[in-house]
Design a protein around this ligand. Structure first.
Ligand SMILES: *[C@@H]1O[C@H](CO)[C@@H](O)[C@H](O)[C@H]1NC(C)=O
Ligand SMILES: *[C@@H]1O[C@H](CO)[C@@H](O)[C@H](O)[C@H]1NC(C)=O
Ligand SMILES: *[C@@H]1O[C@H](CO)[C@@H](O)[C@H](O)[C@H]1NC(C)=O
Length: 346
């Protein structure tokens, strides 16, 4: 954040400058949490207004704690695989989640180092977000129990089906359970690709029987990889822009990893939409990952991703996990008032 000067945009070819800028404003809208469907037609205007404020200086970011709970108990992530998911793709996602709190036995910069910024957030008792994030029981919903098109409300019904299934229901885990719905590339979710790659919220007792934090992230491979798997896939409307080589050989999945990370960081710090966020309207919050979207390294901001790492094989990443490399966006650090990540150069 603090390096967001015009100098940080020098990597862009001048004629493309405006396009890049527009694209990145667009990209920045991609994973904000938007619980109110009726607002969707007016989001652009609202968010442009909001994000312009953060471009200049971090002093304008007023991230506030609103007295609600954060996830201080060990987090257990329950994945619901909706549609057909090849096991090679599942493996990449599982290994990312398991990397979040793996002991620092893999190389730095690490995914567990990335989570340290999330751990800086506390509740009103002074308890920090937990260090422990582990993968729990998973559920396959291969036959698309609620169809190929999901709405924000029908997502809750998918979760209900998973926790009430006759065989191997997912456990109800009100303390540290996070339910992560991942939709296959042929499933459309309300607003997907228009301005959304994922979101998080909590379930309603009237639908699911419990208040459970959940997140949804879609596989964008067929619908909008240039938006949701950027920079491993690029939009057609920017001529000459080349996709970067993804670290695990699956552009769409490698792109999803950063969106999953974004949503888990925000679920942990704002699980019931009443803890850490900026902005006056709790139904339209700007949360700790929204503030750093598109920033993967030192100098990132505006349309520049920041300094990333390149391996001999040409792949771009910014942190190591268990057996793999990942590219994950940074998150807002409220102690220093800018975005931080494990691969920071200073
Ligand atoms: C969007 O805002 C305009 C006014 O700025 C209003 O007329 C319109 O009804 C709004 N659309 C929705 C879907 O709320
Ligand atoms: C807990 O949060 C406080 C306040 O942000 C921070 O100073 C402290 O280092 C955090 N502890 C851990 C273990 O992250
Ligand atoms: C939380 O996780 C840690 C390991 O990360 C474990 O040692 C501890 O027992 C767990 N606590 C509970 C209450 O399950």
């Amino acid at each position: 954040m603090r390096c967001r000067s015009d100098g940080s945009r020098r990597s862009m070819a001048p004629p493309l400058h405006t396009l890049y800028l527009l694209f990145f404003f667009f990209l920045r809208l991609s994973t904000a949490w938007r619980p109110l469907p009726h607002m969707k037609n007016n989001l652009t205007e609202l968010e442009f207004g909001g994000y312009k404020k953060y471009e200049g200086s971090s002093e304008f970011v007023k991230l506030k704690y609103h007295m609600g709970p954060v996830l201080t108990s060990n987090i257990t992530v329950h994945i619901i695989w909706y549609g057909t998911w090849p096991s090679a793709q599942k493996r990449i996602i599982r290994e990312f989640i398991n990397s979040i709190s793996s002991a620092d036995d893999h190389r730095s910069p690490s995914v567990s180092g990335w989570w340290k910024t999330v751990q800086l957030y506390t509740d009103q008792t002074g308890s920090n977000i937990t260090r422990s994030v582990r993968l729990g029981q998973e559920k396959n919903d291969r036959l698309l129990s609620h169809g190929k098109t999901l709405t924000r409300l029908s997502i809750q019904s998918v979760i209900k089906s998973a926790v009430t299934a006759k065989t191997k229901p997912l456990p109800i885990h009100p303390k540290g359970g996070v339910y992560l719905l991942l939709t296959a590339d042929d499933v459309y979710v309300e607003d997907f690709c228009q301005n959304v790659c994922g979101f998080h919220y909590f379930t309603f007792p009237s639908i699911v029987g419990y208040t459970l934090p959940y997140a949804w992230v879609g596989n964008s491979a067929k619908l909008c990889p240039g938006m949701c798997a950027y920079p491993f896939s690029v939009p057609d409307y920017i001529p000459g822009l080349k996709p970067l080589k993804s670290p695990n050989g699956e552009a769409a999945i490698d792109g999803m990893i950063s969106v999953i990370a974004h949503e888990i960081a925000e679920v942990a710090s704002n699980p019931l939409a009443n803890a850490w966020y900026a902005g006056e309207d709790p139904s339209f919050p700007v949360e700790i990952a929204d503030l750093c979207e598109g920033i993967y390294g030192t100098g990132g901001g505006g349309s520049y991703t920041g300094q990333m790492l390149n391996d001999e094989d040409g792949a771009t990443y910014n942190m190591h996990g268990i057996r793999r490399r990942f590219l994950v966006q940074w998150v807002w650090n409220h102690v220093v008032n800018y975005c931080t990540g494990p691969n920071a150069l200073d």
